[in-house]
Design a protein around this ligand. Sequence first.
Ligand code: PXP
Length: 254
Amino acid sequence: MMLCVNVDHVATVREARKTFEPDPVVAATLAILGGADGITVHLREDRRHINDRDLRLLRGVVPHELNLEMAATEEMIRIATDVKPDMVTLVPEKREELTTEGGMDMLAQKEHLRKAVKKINDAGIPVSLFINPEIIDVDVSKEIGADMVEIHTGFYSNLRGKKQEGELHRIINAVKFANKVGLMTNAGHGLNYFNIKGIASIEGIRGLYIGHSIISRAVLSGIEKAVMEMKDLIHKASLGKRAIEYPSALMQKL
Ligand code: PXP
């Protein structure tokens, strides 16, 4: 089963300061060195994290498999057919949401998505659709010509106990049906180090798409080293410099 790492939130941290670091392109390279089978970025209409520069550079450095998540808009289709990621995942997008909130409304969007899938396919790019674990949504995805589906695991991730088990069964059934109709089947959203087991043991899943949890762990597991590196630079720069002698009355306050 493939692990495709979403590096959006590296860019979220960069955009918090509008600076040059941390760079999602470097993060993607390191994720590949760590064994990631693919890299995902979501180019949003408002460019709140990943921007056009990131996408173009990523196309240059990610040998396989660069997945562009995007809304099915004219602007995004133009960018995708120009940059040519290895695959496109169409997702619903609302400006005010913190993250993608669910799969697409396949019945309401059917004809619009059919046209989008064709345009992207015509440029030689396979298309995946981000859908809820519903048989009807898998069926419509097949009918409109998608190559793949990504089953939304966000509800599963937010539930506990019996309710989570029920949602897991819904996902298993959707995966089985997608495999039966010949759609490559992925899954993702909200997966973390605690809830991954249930989803990773489903037969018939091609790849898991995980972002927030991996980037969160990277921040924590990297802090010790980052502090040591800064201490080292400070130590080297201050070698041989005279320490300031503060009045002892002031020092005693600390
Ligand atoms: N799959 C899709 C379609 C998404 O929109 C996202 C979030 O960008 C993910 C997977 C990854 O979700 P998370 O960041 O919760 O792991």
